[in-house]
Design a protein around this ligand. Structure first.
Ligand SMILES: [Zn+2]
Length: 450
């Protein structure tokens, strides 16, 4: 292990205390003694394991744990703590925070994390607990923006318009006077809505920008003249990241045109795609099962989404699992023996063979309901099929050879075909009749000969 890296991690608890994670065990703080901190195993009732730390070093251990370490549980704790910290310290969207947390999780850990909705609530609670963040309102009319949220960090007015508490379709417009001035001068406005980052109560965030070719080419011109990136960003009132992106694109010789983007947010994020790809490699699930396991991991994706990703992006196709008869060693031996014994038979020999079999026929039923589908715009004009509750089944026996064809022998209802029935009714009557008609010497094979 890297000696500079402490072997344990500290995480903050809700009540402002600390927990310690080490080697798959979770410790609660017991007390501080001078520079030392005493920790006790979280299962302090039963387990007597204790650890003393000084700074970021473990200086003393007492008692062994009475239970196995749970690496996934402690990893889970750490990820949750990271999500809470980001909720308090950043303005990132819940999706972004959870997504970043999930990326570091192994599959096993991800499965142990709380559901997506509960993580989102955790984030909201953390934000509500930070004094400056207003509590999530439950109705649009209740939304009151505190003064500090109406201005930019530099103190400029940022809230430009509020349609008012009485408006059932309330909307807010944010922007600065300088941005408005830029829009006014620009020939091209780009507008795009995003649903994903919109806070609850609001349907979407609509983004209106210019950043048209004029602004871009101006920026590139200034950069080529040697003006530093930061100054260009400041002078044009464009974000530094945009300027950097344009500059990188210009250096690669890309066009200044803004590319069209697809409108609907993607349902599958990177982590969900990994889950699907893994199921393709290892376990070969049906899309229904994939959708189910995605839901268990907190991603919402339907089976058709999984289907689309598998077919279009991963190049997979759906196959029916082939069914092959399970053959015992004894049957294999018999078949091999049969093949050996008859491998030198001539066509003339085979012409002496009678082939026979019986088969059940079910009256009034569709063999496979899956194939009995019709397409229509409404379900009303579809003619139904009659379903007979206990459809009649008949057992039919037949025989053929090179020279003869037997009559069909229909076995009466509830008649079990035992040796006596077979001999007296099938061989003795139907079969004999056919043999006499062909009047040749023949060998007889029943289907179960081997
Ligand atoms: Zn313990």
């Amino acid at each position: 292990m890297d000696p500079d890296q402490p072997s344990f991690r500290l995480i903050r608890t809700n009540k402002g205390g600390e927990k310690m994670l080490e080697g798959g065990y979770l410790y609660l703080m017991h007390r501080r003694v001078g520079e030392m901190t005493h920790w006790q195993c979280e299962q302090r009732g039963e387990c007597k394991a204790r650890v003393h730390t000084k700074g970021m070093e473990i200086v003393k251990r007492t008692n062994e744990h009475l239970h196995a370490p749970d690496v996934q549980a402690t990893a889970c704790c750490e990820i949750k703590a990271g999500i809470k910290r980001k909720a308090r310290d950043t303005q990132d969207s819940s999706h972004q925070i959870i997504g970043e947390g999930m990326l570091t999780a192994s599959e096993g850990t991800a499965a142990k994390l709380p559901k997506l909705d509960s993580l989102k609530r955790t984030i909201q609670r953390q934000r509500a607990s930070v004094l400056s963040a207003p509590v999530q309102p439950t109705a649009l009319a209740e939304l009151v923006l505190p003064a500090e949220y109406q201005r930019t960090a530099k103190g400029e007015q940022f809230l430009l318009y509020d349609s008012g508490e009485d408006d059932a379709h309330r909307f807010l417009i944010f922007g600065t006077q300088r941005n408005l001035g830029m829009l006014q001068q620009s020939k091209i406005w780009l507008a795009d809505g995003t649903f994903k980052t919109a806070p609850p109560l609001f349907a979407q965030i609509m983004n209106v920008r210019d950043h048209g070719i004029a602004v871009r080419s101006k920026a590139i011109g200034m950069l080529e003249a040697g003006v530093p990136l930061k100054d260009v960003a400041l002078r044009l009132g464009v974000g530094l990241r945009s300027i950097k992106r344009w500059w990188a694109a210009a250096k690669c010789g890309h066009s200044l045109e803004t590319k069209a983007r697809s409108g609907r947010p993607k349902t599958l994020n990177r982590a969900a795609k990994i889950v699907i790809a893994k199921s393709l490699e290892k376990r070969r699930h049906s899309t229904r099962n994939i959708a189910k396991s995605l839901a268990e991991k907190g991603y919402s994706a339907s089976s058709s989404t999984a289907y689309r990703h598998l077919t279009k992006n991963l190049g997979a196709r759906a196959f029916k699992r082939p069914q092959i008869p399970r053959i015992t060693e004894r049957v294999k031996g018999n078949r091999l023996l049969f093949a050996h014994n008859h491998k030198d038979w001539t066509i003339e020999d085979w012409r002496k063979v009678l082939w026979s079999d019986e088969s059940p026929f079910e009256l009034f039923s569709t063999p496979n309901r899956q194939n009995d589908r019709v397409w229509s715009k409404n379900g009303k004009d579809i003619s139904p099929v009659f379903k007979v509750k206990f459809p009649a089944k008949v057992m039919v026996w037949g025989m053929m050879s090179y020279r003869a064809l037997s009559e069909l022998h229909i076995i009466p209802q509830k008649q079990s075909v035992d040796a006596a029935y077979y001999r007296d009714n099938i061989l003795g009557v139907t079969c004999l009749d056919a043999i006499i008609r062909s009047s040749k010497q023949v060998a007889l094979w029943k289907d179960q000969c081997c």
